[in-house]
Every structure is written in C-alpha cells, then in structure tokens.
Design a binder for this molecule. Structure first.
Ligand code: FAD
Ligand code: MLT
Ligand code: ZN
Length: 473
C-alpha cells in the first residue's frame, strides 16, 4: 500500500468511507464555475464537524498532501478546485451547515461554514432579522466561501463586504489546531485582530469552520427601481442624488450596459428588460425603509423627479410588488449566466473611485478598441461601490477559446495598466485564486507582498493550505 492509500484509509476512519470520494464523476468539485480549469483531486473529503476538519488537517500535513478548502465552488478565480497533480484533497465544508445560535439581543448569528448563503438569509428572516449579504450565487455559495473571498455583492453600498459583517471566527489552523474566536463582541482591542487575516485569505492560511455574523432589523419595505440613464456620468450623478435623498435607505445601486442587458435578452428571452434598446446604461436601485412602504415610495419618487430634472435619468419604473422587484433584480443577476452562455470570456473585477469610473471606462474602451478591434465589452456591476465587472467577450464570429488563448494576457495587461493609472484595484471582490496570482505580483507593492509572504509562512510553514493560490512562497 502506498502512502496515499494509507492516508485515504485514515481519512475514511475519520469521516466514513462514504465521505471520501475518489471515484465516479467528481467534476462538481474539480471543475471551476467558469470552466476555465479542470483539476484532479486525490480525494474529495467531506467532514461533518470541526473536530473532523482538525483531524483531516493533522493527517494530511505529515503525509505531504495539501488541502483545497471548498464551499459552493462558485468562485470566479480558480481558487477552490485542485490542481492537475492528483495529489491534493478537496476539503468540502458542505456537510457543516448548522446555524449554531441566534442572539436576538446581540444581533448576531453563529453559523457553520458550509451553510448556503440563501439558507442563512431565510433562517434569519424567519427569526425577524436581515442578514444582508446578497449575491447572485447565493443559492449555492457558502458562508465559509463568502468569508474566504471577502465577497461583496449587491448590498455593500449600505452594509459593507463580508468582512464588515463578521464579528468572530472558528478556524482550523494549518497545524490542525482549533482556534475558537467565535466572539460576538463589537469592541475587542486585545492585540492583532486575527479574524481579519483569515477573511479574504482564500483558504491559504486555515479553514474557517464557523463564524459569528452581524444581523440587522428587517426593513419595513424594500423598493426597487430600474432607471435608464444617458451615460455613465449620469449614473454617477444619480448615485450622488440617491445618497442625498435616501441616505442609509440606499441599499443597492447596480449599473448595466446596454450590451450586457442585450445578452440577457438574447439568452433568456422570457425576461422583460425595460428600456434596454435605447439607453446606453441602466441602473437598478434599492431603497430599504424602516417606516413604511408609502414613505419609501414617496422618497423614491422625489429622487427620480429630481434626477429627471437634472437630466441624469431618461426614464424609470418603480416596482409595484415584490414579484416585480424580484424580476428587476433577476435581470441584473442574470448577466453572469448570460455571459457564460455567450461563451468563454475575460473577467475584470476592478474598482476605482466612483468619481473616476466614467473616465476609466472611456479611456480603457478606446485603448481596447485600438488594440483588439471588435472586442465586445460586457460592462456592469456594483457602481455604488466603485466596482465594475469590466468584462470582455471575443469579437462576434471569433472563436472564444482561440481569442482567449491569443489575446487574454495582452488584454489583461492593458486593462490592469489602466486600473493602476486610475489608482484602482485589479480584484475588487472575487479575490486572486490562481487566475490572478501572477498579476498580483505586478500590481501590489513589494513591501505588501513581503508582508503577505511573511504571514503565509508564519501560519502555514509547510504550505499545506491551498498552495499556489493567491501568493507564491
Ligand atoms: P468557493 O468557490 O468554494 O471558494 C472560494 C475560495 O474560498 C477558495 O479559495 C476556497 O479555497 C476558499 N474557501 C471556501 N470555503 C472556505 C472555508 N470554509 N475556509 C477557508 N477558505 C474557504 N462574488 C462577489 O464577491 N460578489 C458577487 O456579486 C458575486 N456574484 C456571483 C454571481 C454568480 C452567478 C457566481 C457564479 C459567482 C458570484 N460571485 C460573486 C463569486 C462567488 O460566488 C463568491 O466568491 C463566493 O463568496 C464564493 O463562495 P463559495 O462557497 O462558492 O466558495
Ligand atoms: C456579479 O456581480 O454578478 C458577480 O460578481 C459575478 C460576475 O462578475 O460575473
Ligand atoms: Zn459582482
């Protein structure tokens, strides 16, 4: 029996033979969501408790087998799937789904890492609270993955990224120790705040097994509007007005180019997109109100009237019902799927200051058309946070695979050089994974990279945790 067989036997003793998968179709764990890379796992191991996670780590380290933590496998940067070596295990948290406690007075919920985001939202709602993190992948992504990537989504403008929603963590370290940092404290200045090291570390420092997250009161009303705007400049002006008129009620502000909306119409013709034909951009806005629906509606009407007077809105509809609101959000949330249906594509999850977004797009669009004539820009995203999915689809009629193979490196270099010029970030919310690891080395300062490597080698000296992802050591 070789050392891998011995390890597999020990892992079976920990989690049960049915939870060490080595045969059959493992594509759900080995293939990334965007179908950019297919890896090969030594095994997919599915623990049911923190103690089992700790035992797995203690077995893998000495056996020289590295670990890829995985939640819903919806990540965008090839960070949650194994490499092609066949020597890594995928540690899937999917069986660890329990909500351990909900503290109404403290406004916190403590939940295991494998809990699906939508399920957590629903549990909290039933208890009368809002868990505000919201992403189009919420039906599959997990709270552990959200923390691992510090996910953003559509409510960041009001509630912040996943990091801002987290008060405490339970983590299994790279040595297989359990760190119980599940505090629900809002104030705790007792040295380095370790939770922030693990949030956004993409599985490279340890395995998040549970978390204590902030809750909010459910709003009395959540209204959604869909507005056509004449330009990105106008969208930014509308955002300023929305902040002024709605204040903390502004809980969503998403922008979509006409081309991005066109892809939704093309691939999901059952969806009814208002204004898509005429306006260069549309915006989805959400107003959450703690008084009443009537109050929220009046506020929205005042905002939209003012915006039309300023000329920054051409036309707008306000949803009359929850069903209509859902349908409007569904249009925005369908863009990644529509883009995937259109074919392989290049994603740029960038951020620059909101005020500089229009100029960034104008300048970078022109550079792209000069060097890559016919490239189709699929531009949409979280304008309220200065975060655009400035994506590129191959020219019409071109073979997407060939286009990506031949042009992606140069196209990325052009876009990221422009991001640097505008003082922005090459990854606003999706993380680095293996797709952007080499880019990070060119866009992060040497001092920052050195500190990141020092943290990685201090916490994971054997490089057991998701090696080769995010940062090379
Ligand atoms: P996975 O994909 O399984 O893992 C992601 C990373 O986290 C990997 O590096 C993995 O190793 C690590 N990880 C997973 N679980 C743990 C754990 N328990 N401990 C430590 N590390 C762990 N992202 C956004 O930010 N905003 C969006 O609006 C958004 N929209 C999306 C829409 C669609 C349709 C899709 C498909 C994806 C979208 N994403 C978005 C990307 C993705 O859903 C998020 O990154 C999400 O947080 C990943 O969660 P997951 O459970 O699927 O994690
Ligand atoms: C989104 O905002 O829809 C996501 O981050 C996914 C994507 O970039 O396609
Ligand atoms: Zn996004």
């Amino acid at each position: 029996m070789n050392s891998f067989d011995t390890l597999l036997q020990s892992l079976r003793a920990v989690v049960g033979a049915a939870n060490v998968l080595t045969e059959g179709d493992l594509s759900a764990w080995e293939q990334d969501w965007r179908k950019r890379e297919r890896g090969k796992a030594l095994a997919v191991v599915r623990p049911a408790s923190t103690d089992e996670v700790a035992q797995i780590v203690k077995l893998c380290g000495p056996a020289g087998v590295s670990i890829v933590p995985q939640g819903g496998n919806t990540g965008m940067v090839v960070g949650s799937t194994p490499d092609a070596s066949g020597t890594q295990i995928v540690l899937s948290l999917q069986r660890m789904q329990q909500v351990r406690a909900l503290d109404s007075a403290n406004l916190t919920v403590t939940v295991e890492a494998g809990c699906v985001l939508q399920s957590l939202q629903e549990t909290c709602k039933k208890a009368g609270f809002l868990f505000p993190l919201s992403l189009a992948s919420e039906g599959s992504c997990t709270i552990g993955g959200n923390l691992g990537t510090n996910a953003g989504g559509t409510q960041v403008v009001r509630y912040g990224n996943t990091r801002e929603l987290c008060l405490g963590l339970e983590v299994v370290t790279a040595q297989g120790e359990v760190w119980n940092g599940l505090s629900g404290l809002r104030k705790d200045n007792t040295g380095y705040d370790l939770r922030h090291l693990f949030i956004g570390s993409e599985g490279t420092l340890g395995i998040i097994t549970a978390a204590t997250m902030r809750l909010y009161p459910l709003p009395a009303a959540q209204l959604t509007a869909f507005a056509a705007v004449p330009s990105l400049e106008a969208a930014v002006e509308l955002l300023g007005l929305a902040h002024r008129f709605l204040s903390a009620g502004l809980t969503g502000f998403e922008v979509m180019s006409q081309f991005a909306l066109g892809l939704v119409v093309k691939h999901f013709p059952q969806q009814k997109v208002p204004f898509q034909q005429d306006a260069p951009y549309c915006v989805v806005l959400e107003n959450s109100d703690h008084e009443s629906e009537a109050h929220a509606r009046t506020q929205f009407e005042r905002l939209l009237e003012a915006a039309m007077e300023h000329g920054c809105v051409l036309d707008a509809v306000v949803a009359e019902s929850m069903a209509q609101a859902k349908a409007l959000w569904h249009i925005r949330e369908s863009i990644p799927l529509a883009q995937a249906q259109e074919g392989l594509n290049i994603k740029h999850d960038i951020s620059v200051a909101v005020s500089r977004i229009p100029e960034f797009v104008r300048v970078t669009d022109a550079l792209i058309q000069q060097s890559f004539p016919g490239a189709r820009m699929v531009n949409y995203g979280h304008l309220g946070d200065g975060n655009l999915h400035y994506n590129v689809q191959a020219p019409l009629g071109a073979d997407a695979q060939t286009f990506l193979k031949e042009q992606e490196p140069a196209l990325n270099a052009l876009v990221y050089a422009s991001v640097d010029q505008f003082g922005g970030s090459i990854s606003a919310e999706h993380g680095i994974g293996s797709l952007k690891r080499d880019k990070l080395e060119h866009h992060k300062s040497p001092v920052a990279l050195q500190m990141m490597r020092a943290i990685k080698t201090a916490l994971d000296p054997q490089n057991v945790m998701n090696p080769g992802r995010m940062i090379r050591v």
